[in-house]
Design a protein around this ligand. Structure first.
Ligand SMILES: NC(=O)c1ccc[n+]([C@@H]2O[C@H](COP(=O)([O-])OP(=O)(O)OC[C@H]3O[C@@H](n4cnc5c(N)ncnc54)[C@H](OP(=O)(O)O)[C@@H]3O)[C@@H](O)[C@H]2O)c1
Length: 248
C-alpha cells in the first residue's frame, strides 16, 4: 500500500510549528500566534466556527515551551477528536540557535535544548491519552497493526544530530553546538519514547526532512518545502512496525 493511500486512513494529524507552512489536507495545524495569514486562509480557527477553504483543518495556538499552552492545546484537540482520539502527532516545531565553540553560551544551549528536545517529550506526554485512545481502536479496519492509521508520534530531527556523521570526511562546517546537540538529544528522546509507547501500540520514530529552503534551511538548500513535505507524507504514510524506534 502506498504512503499516500495510507494517509487517507489517518483520521487526525497534529503538526506543531506549522505557522509558516500550508500542509494541504492535514487535519490540525498548530502555531505560536496569529501573525501569519497563510495557514489561516486554509483553515478554520478552532473555537470560532469560522469556515474557509478546508473546514477539516484547524489552527490551534501552541507555544511548545509553555506547559500551560500545551495543556490547553490538549483540551482543544480533545474536543475536536472526541472518542476517536488523535492518530498522528508530528513534533515539527524547532529553532536553530547558531553558535560555535567561541560564541556559545549556556543560555543558548538551554534555549535550543528546550524547544527541540524537551518540548517534543512534554507534548507527547500530554497527548498520550488521546494517542492511546486512537490506538485502542485498532486503526483502520481494526487490524491492530502499527502505523499512522492507528497512532504514531513522528519527531522531526536532523542529520546534523548524528554523532557518527560529525567526524572525518563526512563532517561539515555546521559547527552549531546548540542545534546539533539538541537534535542528538531528540534522537535519544525518540528511542526512549518508542520503548514506553510500544505497549499501547503507538509507533514512534524520528525523521530527517532533508535540507529544505525554509527560514531555517536558507535559500541554498536543494529541496523546496513542497518537495520535502511530499516525501515526508509518503514515508510517514507507509510506516509499519518495522519502523518503530527508527531514524530515517
Ligand atoms: N529546513 C531544513 O533544512 C531542516 C533540516 C533538518 C531538520 N529540520 C527540522 O524541521 C523542522 C521544521 O523546520 P523549518 O525548516 O520549517 O524551520 P522554520 O522555517 O524556522 O520554522 C520553524 C517553525 O517552528 C515554529 N516554532 C519555533 N519555536 C516554537 C515554539 N516555541 N512554539 C511553537 N512553534 C514554534 C515556528 O513558529 P513561528 O513562525 O511562530 O516562529 C515555525 O513555524 C525543525 O524541527 C527543524 O529542526 C529542518
Amino acid at each position: 500500500m502506498s504512503g499516500a493511500v495510507n494517509f487517507k486512513k489517518c483520521g487526525s494529524v497534529l503538526v506543531t510549528g506549522a505557522s509558516r507552512r500550508q500542509l494541504g489536507a492535514w487535519r490540525f495545524l498548530t502555531r505560536q500566534d496569529s501573525h501569519d495569514q497563510e495557514p489561516r486562509e486554509h483553515a478554520t480557527t478552532s473555537g470560532t466556527g469560522r469556515e474557509t477553504r478546508h473546514p477539516n483543518i484547524h489552527i490551534i495556538t501552541l507555544d511548545v515551551v509553555n506547559q500551560e499552552s500545551i495543556e490547553k492545546s490538549v483540551e482543544e484537540v480533545g474536543q475536536l477528536v472526541q472518542e476517536e482520539g488523535l492518530n498522528c502527532l508530528i513534533n515539527n516545531a524547532g529553532v536553530n540557535v547558531v553558535a560555535g565553540f567561541q560564541t556559545v553560551t549556556a543560555e543558548m544551549m538551554i534555549e535550543n535544548f528546550h524547544t527541540n528536545a524537551v518540548a517534543p517529550l512534554m507534548i507527547t506526554k500530554a497527548f498520550q491519552p488521546l494517542l492511546k485512545r486512537a490506538a485502542s481502536r485498532g486503526g483502520a479496519g481494526g487490524t491492530g497493526s502499527m502505523g499512522i492509521q492507528r497512532a504514531a508520534v513522528i519527531n522531526v530531527t536532523s542529520l546534523l544530530g548524528s554523532v557518527e556523521l560529525n567526524w572525518g570526511e563526512r563532517a561539515n562546517n555546521f559547527n552549531w553546538y546548540p542545534y546539533r546537540t539538541s537534535k542528538s538529544a531528540l534522537n535519544m528522546v525518540s528511542r526512549c519514547m518508542a520503548v514506553d509507547l510500544e505497549p499501547d501500540g503507538i509507533l514512534c520514530m524520528a525523521i530527517h526532512p532533508g535540507w529544505v529552503r525554509t527560514d531555517m534551511g536558507g535559500s541554498e538548500a536543494p529541496l523546496s518545502p513542497e518537495e520535502s513535505v511530499s516525501s515526508l507524507l509518503s514515508v510517514i504514510g507507509g510506516l509499519t512496525e518495522k519502523d518503530h524506534g527508527s531514524f530515517c
